[in-house]
Structures are given as C-alpha cells and as structure tokens.
Design a protein around this ligand. Structure first.
Ligand SMILES: Cc1cc2nc3c(=O)[nH]c(=O)nc-3n(C[C@H](O)[C@H](O)[C@H](O)COP(=O)(O)OP(=O)(O)OC[C@H]3O[C@@H](n4cnc5c(N)ncnc54)[C@H](O)[C@@H]3O)c2cc1C
Length: 430
C-alpha cells in the first residue's frame, strides 16, 4: 500500500508528488497521458514560478522566450505597451515545461505510472482505493486529486458542483507555426473584453504563435472554433500578425470562476485545476497549481505523521482560502473582472489614459502579472485611478466597486448541486 497516490502529474500533481517523495513517503503518481504530453494552454510561465520553483524548470534555452513587452488592445482597438522586463516570466511549451516537473518528482523518488486512467476513488476507514480503466485497483493511505479541470477524483467524491463546466470558461487555442519573435515584436498581446468576461491573446513562442480566446462558456454566440478563426482573420490588429497555414486548433475548459467550496474528503485532497485554482481575472493557473500542490503535500505530511487527517485537511483549506496570492487573488480577481468587463468602454477609456500616464500602464501590467498580492494592488488602484475614470467605473458597476473597496466577496465557485458521480468524462467530451 502507498502512503499517497497522486492522480494526475501536471504541475499540481508533480509538485505534490515530488515534495512527499522528498520527505520519504511511498508515493505513486498516475497519469492517463505519457510525458512529454500536450496540455492546452498559453504556455505563459509567470514570474512567480521562477521566484518559488526556479530549480525545477529544466528546459533547454532554445524553447524559452522571455516575456518582456506586452501589448494591451482595448475593444475599440486602442493600444498601449507595457514592459515587464524586470519580471522573469517566459513562454515555454507545456510539453517541455511539464516534463521537467515530472522528471523532478521521479528523481525525488516518486513512482510514476503513465497511460493509466483513473475512473474513480472510494474512501474506506483505513485506506483509499483508486480505480483505473484497466481494472487495476491501487490502495493508499491518502490520495491527492490533481487531475485537472475535468477531475474524476472531485466528481467521484461529490465535491464537484453540477454547473462546474457550464459556468466556467472555455478556450479554443490555435497553434500557428511561426519563427522566434524578433526584436520590437510583443511577446504577449492581450485583446481585452473580447466576447465579454475574458480576452483573446497572441503569445509568441519560439516556433509558433499561441492564439486563443478565454471567456465564460455562456458568452459564445457561435461555436468557439469559429469565434477563434473570426478573431484571427478579421480582427484589424491581430489579423495582420497571424499568418494562417498548418495550424492546429485544440480546446479546453479552464476553472476561471473560483475554487471549490470544499477541497477535501475523508482521505482525499484536491489541488490545482481540480480544485479551481486559476486567477479569476487572467486565467493564469500554473503557479497556483504548483503552490496548492506544495501546500497539500505539507498537509498530507502532517496528516500521515500524526494520524489526524481531517484536522490537517481542514487547515489546508483554510490556508489556501486566506492566502493573499491564492484565495484573496481569486476573490479580488473576480470582482475586478466583473467591474471592468461590465462595459467595454471602460477598457477603451483606461487604455487611452494609460497611453499618456505611465503609472496607469504599469498598474495594468501589475494586475495582469500579479506583481504584488491583489489586496495591495486594489489599494493602489483606489489611490491611483484618476477621478474621471473612477466615476465612470462607479457609474457602470456601482455594487462591484463598493465590494472591491470593502473587500467584500469570496473566492468560491458559485456551485449548484453535485455533478453526477458516475458520468465518465474525457477531454473529447469538452
Ligand atoms: C487555453 C488555456 C490557456 C492557459 N494559459 C495559461 C498560461 O498561459 N499560464 C498559466 O499559468 N496558466 C494557463 N492556463 C491554466 C493552466 O493550464 C492550468 O491552471 C494548469 O495546467 C493546472 O495544472 P494541474 O496540474 O492542476 O492540471 P493539468 O495541467 O490539467 O494536469 C492534469 C493531469 O492529470 C491527468 N489526468 C486527467 N484526468 C486523469 C485521469 N482520469 N486519470 C489519470 N490522469 C488524469 C492529465 O493527463 C494531466 O497530465 C491555461 C489554461 C487553458 C485551458
């Protein structure tokens, strides 16, 4: 029997598996894929990953593009450039990035089984049983659900609400062959307020453009692939930069609407996308996945050492809810999103002013790159937003503005009911 079974070896699972193995526990990581594997993503590896986990990113230099200059485009096409060259963020394909994290977990002593699809977990008094598609059942003292947005683990324990996918965001992404960005080209481009809450992006990787749309599923009035092609072909700014031909398009949900109200059961914890840990303003999720994997590993360590599982699982939940860069970021991110996306004209106005006012341009970058914890950035926003703009924000989103100033809100996904425990999802069901 294993001490811990980690379901899913993406950034959250490999982070948890590595730390538990380093502490000497017998750890099994199961993944339905074989690494290196593709994960549909922008591949923007934020600066916090390098702040906290630099040593784990073992990716050849040629695959990295340093994200120095971003272009922000408002709904009416006003643009402003924002430099983030002091922050160490990169564009790295997820195939290479995730593979390096998995290698670190294996090197630390975790056992990895690839090509193993988990179909459910059952908790018993003294162990948890993990069922696989091949019929094999593995047993552990505890399990960690790190199996991403479609989490079978969350669903099989009744932790996933019935409206989980319906009320989250859906993203079509095109991988368009292109050469390494030249000097003067923006590595990151954000088309704000494109189709309601969310944005479209162009990220310039070393050998392709990653072009995508991230918005709540309810906002699509045409099929998502069509919306993406419309953007790539017809957006007056984007279409000039994208040379279609040989691209592939893939889609995936993203938990863009807050964390689950409950992240644990008797012998199981949820981390990363399975728990809903993605910045609710920008969709950045890799750092939070790694961090929640780390915090869960700490909780499991204490639980296994003391035998007090529930006490330590509850304290994991409290730690992430109150963490300034996790729970607080989810709470404030969503209020900011609802506030700014309430009227596309606000973005026009903001970008127009940011062209003249460096402070406003920098503040936009600070929010998007989470340069400081969100509670701090919100105070800064309240101080630095020009009066004329403040009054427009207040007029278009009065309730959200007051909520933001009072810090009134929560980090939770607005769940309804419980997802069926027996439906089996695959990526293609997206
Ligand atoms: C279109 C898009 C763009 C994004 N862009 C960015 C970005 O630029 N920067 C950023 O920081 N974040 C981005 N994100 C968010 C980021 O991709 C996720 O937050 C992050 O991958 C979460 O890591 P994870 O380990 O929790 O889950 P995942 O990375 O999804 O890993 C889950 C793992 O579990 C495995 N698995 C799934 N089901 C099973 C099963 N039943 N049995 C066994 N194994 C299973 C999968 O094969 C996978 O390896 C983006 C997301 C999307 C959808």
């Amino acid at each position: 029997m294993y001490d811990a079974i980690v379901v899913g070896a993406g950034p959250s699972g490999s982070s948890a598996a590595r730390i538990l193995a380093e502490k000497g526990f017998k750890v099994l990581a199961l993944d339905s894929a074989r690494f290196p594997r593709l994960k549909v993503c922008g591949g923007g590896i934020g600066w916090r990953v390098f702040r906290d986990y630099r040593g784990l990113v073992d990716v050849p230099e040629e695959y990295r593009v340093r994200a120095n200059i971003s272009l922000f485009v408002s709904p009416s096409g006003y643009t402003v450039e924002v430099s983030a060259s002091d922050l160490e963020g990169y564009l790295i394909p997820r195939t290479a990035f995730d593979h390096s994290l998995v290698r670190a977990a294996v090197n630390a002593g975790a056992e990895l089984r690839e090509g193993v699809t988990v179909t459910g977990v059952v908790e018993e008094d003294s162990k948890v049983r993990v069922f696989t598609k091949s019929g094999e059942v593995v047993e552990g003292s505890v399990a960690i659900g790190a199996d991403g947005v479609y989490s079978v683990v969350a669903r099989s324990l009744g932790l996933q609400p019935a409206n989980w996918l319906r009320d989250n965001a859906f993203c079509p992404v095109a991988y368009v062959p292109a050469s390494r960005p030249g000097s003067g080209e923006h590595e990151l481009e954000f088309y704000l307020g494109f189709m309601g809450e969310g944005y479209a992006w162009i990220f310039r990787h070393y050998d392709h453009l990653n072009v995508g749309i991230g918005t709540l599923r309810k906002n699509y009035t045409v099929p998502p692939d069509k919306a993406l092609y419309d953007f790539m072909k017809n957006n007056p700014i984007a279409s000039r930069k994208i040379k279609l031909g040989g691209e592939s398009v893939k889609s995936r949900y993203i938990p863009y609407n807050g964390m689950l109200r409950r992240l644990y059961s008797r012998r199981v914890l949820l981390v990363g996308d399975a728990g809903g840990f993605v910045n609710t303003l920008t969709g950045e999720g890799i750092w939070m996945a790694m961090k929640t994997g780390e915090l869960a590993a700490e909780a499991v360590t204490k639980a296994l050492e003391t035998g007090e599982l529930l006490k330590n699982f509850r304290s994991y939940q409290r730690r992430v809810e109150t963490h300034p860069e996790i729970g607080e970021e989810l709470k404030y991110g969503r209020i900011l999103r609802d506030m700014f996306f309430s009227s596309p004209r606000l973005f026009d106005e903001y970008i127009l002013r940011a062209r003249e006012d460096q402070k406003l341009a920098k503040l936009l970058g600070d929010l998007v790159f989470a340069r400081k914890p969100y509670p701090e950035l919100v105070r800064q926003l309240a101080r630095e937003l020009p009066l004329a703009l403040t009054s427009k924000v207040l007029a278009s989103a009065p309730v959200k503005s007051i909520q933001l100033l009072l810090g009134y809100g929560d980090p939770y996904f607005p769940g309804e009911g419980v997802a069926s425990r027996c439906t089996y999802y695959t990526e293609s069901s997206a």
